[in-house]
Design a protein around this ligand. Sequence first.
Ligand SMILES: [Zn+2]
Length: 250
Amino acid sequence: MVLGVVMRTKGLRWPFPANLAEKITGHVIRAVTRRGKYLLIEFAHGTMIIHLGMSGHLHILPLSTPVKKHDHFDLLLEDRLMRLNDPRRFGAVLWHERGTTEEHALLGKLGVEPLEPEFSGRFLYEKTRNRKAAIKQVLLSGGLVVGVGNIYASESLFQAGIHPATPANRIGIARYEKLAQAIRRVLTTAIEQGGSTLRDFSGPDGRPGYFQNTRFVYDRAGRPCRVCGNSVQQIRQGQRTTFFCPNCQK
Ligand SMILES: [Zn+2]
């Protein structure tokens, strides 16, 4: 039986369900199943879904376990607790009432992880046929692919030779294959070099600390492109700065 929940933040990728504690406190867990990175905790009246994102971990711990940094969410059980620790906050905790269409549609709606097998050029191509938004913003939105932040998006688009303002539905399959490869390469390099994915956010000086020496365009406005020597440019897209080479990216 669930005795309560503890939320130490308002949410991760999305806000935690506002009334989750009321929904599940006092209710018995019927089953716990896993689908990919989704953990489904089933109750008679609905399902709580936990997604681990790129850096989330679940631990089953004694009730008295001290809280550490990034411990965002606890599910309190009778003699222990289940704790979600997620430094990068790409994880999610969601609730779906039994029998709603949302319950079934949810898994299909979430973006895939770029290092998982279903992420491919074809996947990007098929999911963007009706999307006129700029590819950079589609990548950042999280609905298509999870965990591609601003640095990764700029770098991946450079490596794929795609201009960041290109409408997503104008990009063909061959270029999406290149982009999928570039995203995987950039993320893999970042993980190898960074050790900790936390360094993606910022160094001590508040500037991005991630793979600074190997970045092609990110944070290099006005400096020569490492490939063609032209000046790297910066533009605003949404609330974010995008860096690109107008010569290498079309
Ligand atoms: Zn260039």
